[in-house]
Design a protein around this ligand. Structure first.
Ligand SMILES: *[C@@H]1O[C@H](CO)[C@@H](O)[C@H](O)[C@H]1NC(C)=O
Ligand SMILES: *[C@@H]1O[C@H](CO)[C@@H](O)[C@H](O)[C@H]1NC(C)=O
Ligand SMILES: *[C@@H]1O[C@H](CO)[C@@H](O)[C@H](O)[C@H]1NC(C)=O
Length: 410
């Protein structure tokens, strides 16, 4: 403050000096002295400002890059991850030139596993050492532009809360989309959201369909570092309806598993293999996956897993080349570890199980019983979440009636 006063005085003195046109020695000396003091002041101000910025930068750097002091985990310096070079020699793979552009692009960058982190919420689980306090971590894949979806989820099934005395926490995982100005604007959006909610993790890679496996692996790596001891995870898309109340109930009801044993449940898909038609969204040529079979896996809309299984998957991922289809890749990691995914009746991600009649599709009693249903519009999620929590919603009565009817029919 004192410095600003000095600068002000110098200016006034200078003005006065110029204005009055007095050029006596005494006046000059005064002005010179004031100028020297003012210069010193400016230097002090700049210096303080610079140090402020520097310490801020160091703090941020520390949070983002602190490596876990564990010899087994690969030494990854998140914010310093070097730009991953494209592997030009993949173009020598037989038939490369006949592959669709997207697949070619995938192969060029298939080996890239580390990307700089743009946003983090390092305190999500209260620090790694306290992360066992989190019972269920909701991990939601969300592209930067899906703002409305995130907003609705925060207000509904993904709200962070104590549910049956168990902590639910939420993170949205994201890459980047768009170019130039649009990209910057979307990054800004995520930054603002993270400032408000501390629930975004963002890495600097293209958030495309074929990069979803990469996103998954980057998350598992993040979890090892920031939330290693959470008990269970729900891994899902941002367009699902997840009955997280039921999930907590279900997970608490497991007698012998508090997250320290294998659990991987969802909509089980088995006895299928890669689609070899180049026109398909899921096209996988032999150059990417030689075998004609996929291991059993759970549909990627959403699945529940234990901390144990997520660690096993992360461990296995180090030695399995990335496959662009993320849910199949999870299955590959499980199979390599000798573990199997399982089916759960309450997970309906294929869309096949959604009741067909208009009445049933909007019947809250149906959604009160499920764990997870795929493909919901944000506004429908909002409505349904409120419907299933209505105090006057009486589903038991209806069931009793229908059961009685059946008895009577017998
Ligand atoms: C680049 O691609 C070639 C051909 O597929 C492969 O042999 C090599 O291991 C790849 N290099 C890296 C760094 O992944
Ligand atoms: C995945 O992200 C990387 C990094 O942004 C990008 O170079 C690559 O093209 C993306 N891959 C696909 C298949 O979209
Ligand atoms: C993961 O791998 C490390 C080192 O290979 C091993 O010590 C650890 O037990 C593994 N964890 C699981 C859950 O398999």
């Amino acid at each position: 403050m004192l410095c600003f006063q000095f600068i002000f005085q110098v200016n006034m003195a200078l003005l006065q000096w110029v204005y009055t046109g007095r050029r006596k020695w005494k006046g000059k000396l005064e002005v010179v002295a004031l100028l020297i003091i003012a210069t010193l002041c400016l230097l002090i101000i700049l210096q303080t400002d610079f140090q402020g910025k520097k310490s801020q930068a160091t703090r941020q750097y520390r949070v983002l890059t602190k490596p876990k002091p564990e010899p087994q985990s690969p030494a990854v310096f998140l914010s310093l991850a070097p730009q991953c070079e494209r592997n030009s020699s993949v173009s020598k793979i037989q038939g490369f030139s006949t592959l669709p552009k997207l697949i070619q692009d995938f192969l060029f960058y298939q080996h890239c596993r580390h990307f700089p982190m743009l946003l983090n919420s390092p305190g999500k689980c209260g620090g790694p050492e306290n992360s066992a306090d989190v019972f269920l971590l909701l991990v939601i894949k969300s592209s930067p532009s899906n703002y409305e979806r995130r907003e609705v989820l925060r207000k509904t099934w993904a709200s962070e809360r104590l549910q049956s005395n168990m902590w639910i926490r939420t993170v949205f995982i994201s890459g980047t989309t768009g170019d130039g100005f649009e990209k910057e604007r979307l990054n800004k959006l995520l930054e603002l959201e993270n400032r408000e909610y501390q629930d975004i993790i963002q890495w600097d890679f293209d958030d495309t369909f074929y990069n979803l496996t990469l996103k998954q692996i980057l998350f598992l790596e993040w979890m090892e570092r920031f939330c290693p001891d959470v008990h269970f995870l729900l891994n899902g898309d941002d367009d699902i309806f997840a009955n997280t109340d039921n999930m907590v109930q279900y997970l608490m009801g497991l007698d012998d598993n508090d997250g320290s044993k294998h659990l991987f449940i969802g909509h089980l898909i088995q006895n299928v293999g890669p689609i070899r038609h180049p026109g398909s969204k899921y096209y996988i040529p032999v150059q990417v996956h030689k075998s004609d079979r996929y291991p059993p896996y759970c549909g990627g809309g959403g699945f529940l897993l234990s901390r144990y299984s997520s660690r096993v998957i992360y461990n296995m991922s180090h030695s399995i080349p990335l496959l662009p289809i993320d849910d199949v890749y999870m299955g590959m990691c499980l199979e390599k570890a000798g573990l199997a995914p399982r089916s759960h009746m309450g997970v309906k991600t294929a869309g096949l199980y959604i009741p067909s009649g208009q009445q049933e599709a909007n019947n809250p009693c149906y959604y009160r019983e499920v764990l997870l249903v795929h493909r919901f519009l944000p506004k429908h999620i909002f409505i349904m979440w409120h419907e299933i929590h209505r105090e006057d919603l009486d589903c038991a009565k209806k069931t009793t009636v229908s059961v009685q009817n059946e008895i009577f029919m017998d």
